[in-house]
Design a protein around this ligand. Structure first.
Ligand code: CP
Length: 355
């Protein structure tokens, strides 16, 4: 049987994404109706990297559906500390759980894990690459709070290079009609080229800005992000980038009354605390929407036989991916897999262009 893995929301049609959102809204409206829908099922959360929201909202989601959870939130408390490979860990946990949610600091790990999972596997963040269930959180929030996923002017601000939530969000919203993007970052932290390629392929209008104050006035949504300290090569580099973009009351005064502010969280300094009570600040509510989105996803993966996810076609490639942050650099047994996009050969795991 074809496994249903959620590695990248790109693998879903907009009809499937809309179905997930509808289901999340139904669950939010009548949670008691879903209390026993996953009785007897087990979710494994394998978190090789810290998390508050993603891990706990997945665990809560499964508990609220009647299921149970196993897993680790520190790989050093598992046999990973003794040198167990990703392949072996996933193979073993596949035998214990009905669905696996994995977060890992290395790009492409979710795709690599899915090769060895006999149960549905969900990408909960793979390095600076993707975070599809955060995007699910974001679009459930958008749908509930703005009433649409199209015809939006979207500002994304902060660490657009390393921020996996931004990559997944842009890729998804680029599929909807007439969305335009303002990419607000320093030149050093601008979005990777493959994201620009996606915007262009989808004929999305976009502009690059280095000033939040200039960009804020005509946005429907402002998506703030943290500067990803853990992805920098040196503390010095991080220090030069942190606190460049801070949303405060003064900047917010130039925004429209109906602009919403989202943030995947955790927040560091990029939104001042005095904004939290502004009705436009929806980031805490957003985290709650995420739990309903994840309940919907678990149900679709485990119970909806019509909800099929077809992975893109990939082929064996003669050369290894050259991205030093790709999982192929550390898990030597992985096959070299690639796919073709826009006439270029891309790594199947991390989506970087193969040299
Ligand atoms: N947004 C998000 O992924 O938060 P956590 O790192 O706390 O899971």
């Amino acid at each position: 049987m074809l496994n249903k893995n959620l590695i990248d929301l790109e693998d879903l049609s907009t009809a499937q994404i809309d179905k997930l959102i509808r289901k999340a809204k139904k669950i939010k409206q009548s949670p008691a109706d879903y209390r026993h829908t996953c009785d007897g099922k087990i979710l494994a959360t394998l978190f090789y990297e810290p998390s508050t929201r993603t891990q706990m909202s997945f665990q809560t989601a499964m508990l609220k559906l009647g299921g149970r959870t196993i897993g680790f939130d520190n790989p050093m408390n598992s046999s990973v500390s003794k040198g167990e490979s990703l392949k072996d860990t996933i193979t073993i946990v596949s035998g214990y759980a009905d669905v696996i949610a994995i977060r890992h600091p290395i790009e492409g790990t979710a795709k690599a894990s899915s090769l060895y999972a006999d149960v549905p596997l969900i990408n909960c963040g793979d390095g600076g690459h993707l975070h599809p269930t955060q995007t699910l959180t974001d679009i459930v929030t958008l749908s509930c709070e703005k009433g649409r996923l199209d015809n939006l002017k979207i500002g994304v601000c902060g660490d657009l290079l390393n921020g996996r939530t931004v990559h997944s969000l842009i890729k998804t919203l680029a599929k909807y009609e007439n969305n335009s993007f303002v990419l607000i970052s320093t030149p050093e932290l601008s979005v990777p080229l493959y994201i620009i390629d996606i915007l262009e392929k989808n004929h999305c209008k976009y502009e690059v800005s280095h000033s939040l104050a200039d960009a804020i006035s005509d946005l429907d949504m402002l998506y703030m992000t943290r500067i990803q300290r853990e992805r920098f090569k040196s503390e010095e580099e991080y220090q030069s980038q942190k606190d460049v973009f801070v949303l405060d009351k003064q900047k917010l005064s130039a925004a429209r009354d109906d602009m919403i502010i989202l943030h995947p969280l955790p927040r560091v300094n990029e939104i001042t605390v005095d904004i939290d009570d502004d009705p436009r600040a929806l980031y805490f509510k957003q985290a709650l929407y995420g739990m309903y989105g994840r309940m919907a996803l678990i149900l679709m993966l485990l119970q909806d036989e019509d909800f099929l996810i077809y992975p893109r076609e990939s082929t064996l490639c003669p050369t290894r991916c050259s991205n030093p942050k790709c999982i192929t650099q550390t898990e030597s047994y992985l096959p070299n897999l690639s796919y073709e996009k826009l006439g270029m050969t891309m790594c199947e795991y991390c989506d970087k262009r193969c040299q």
